[in-house]
Design a protein around this ligand. Structure first.
Ligand SMILES: [Zn+2]
Length: 219
């Protein structure tokens, strides 16, 4: 019996696979057998940073442009779904991704989608080790954006009485593709926001170093 590929896992690999059942399921849900779920709480500080930049630059055309990018992602998805409905033979994964994007476009506040995507890209630039692979990043990005339209999903209580929400899983490939489209649309802007903030922190540090030096020179 082969052990699960996850080094600390004591379960046997299932079937011909490389991972145990639990890690296989985790890979399907999270994009990597060992990817931690990026929660709303974990993303919150980055969403706050994005809001901060927006508040300080309320008149910037960037926000309208980002909104337009999202509208374009939705419009492209809608065009694909329409073409599929007219009987076009198409890639099933891509159509499923487009249907989900159309649904998100209809149900979510556009700015909340943009903000979640920017914040996740910012988080990845800031803490790259939180994400185990490109797929894992894309799936987490997809999950954070999809969570915006899961609010009305069924609520249930687990054995310990903890409140849980039904979260309809998408096939892994579909989640990866949605995350990919979001990353193409918003990744560069999220990274640019992170870099700007990192530069400012670096500048503050240098200013402090120069001041410390000047103070040391005082007679
Ligand atoms: Zn395992």
């Amino acid at each position: 019996m082969k052990p699960c590929r996850v080094s600390w896992c004591t379960e046997p690999a299932s079937g011909w696979g490389r991972h145990c059942d639990r890690h296989k399921a985790h890979d399907r849900r999270h994009g990597h057998p060992e990817q931690i779920a990026i929660t709303k709480t974990m993303l919150a500080p980055y969403e706050k940073l994005v809001e901060g930049v927006k508040a300080r630059n309320a008149a910037s055309p960037a926000w309208v442009q980002l909104g337009a990018i999202w509208a374009e992602v939705v419009a492209e998805a809608k065009a694909e779904v329409d073409q599929f409905r007219r009987g076009g033979a198409m890639n099933k994964v891509s159509v499923m991704a487009s249907k989900e994007i159309v649904r998100i476009g209809e149900e979510a506040e556009p700015w909340e989608v943009v903000r979640a995507a920017l914040a996740t890209a910012w988080m990845e630039a800031d803490q790259p080790r939180l994400f185990r692979s490109d797929d894992a990043f894309r799936v987490q990005l997809c999950r954070r954006v999809r969570a915006l339209v899961e609010r009305n999903a069924g609520i249930w209580y687990d054995a310990s009485g903890k409140r849980r929400r039904h979260y309809k899983e998408l096939p892994r490939q579909v989640a990866v593709l949605i995350g990919h489209r979001l990353a193409v649309a918003f990744g560069p802007s999220g990274v640019a926001l992170w870099r700007k903030e990192a530069d400012k922190a670096e500048e503050r540090k240098m200013r402090q170093a120069r001041l410390t030096e000047a103070l040391e020179e005082l007679k």
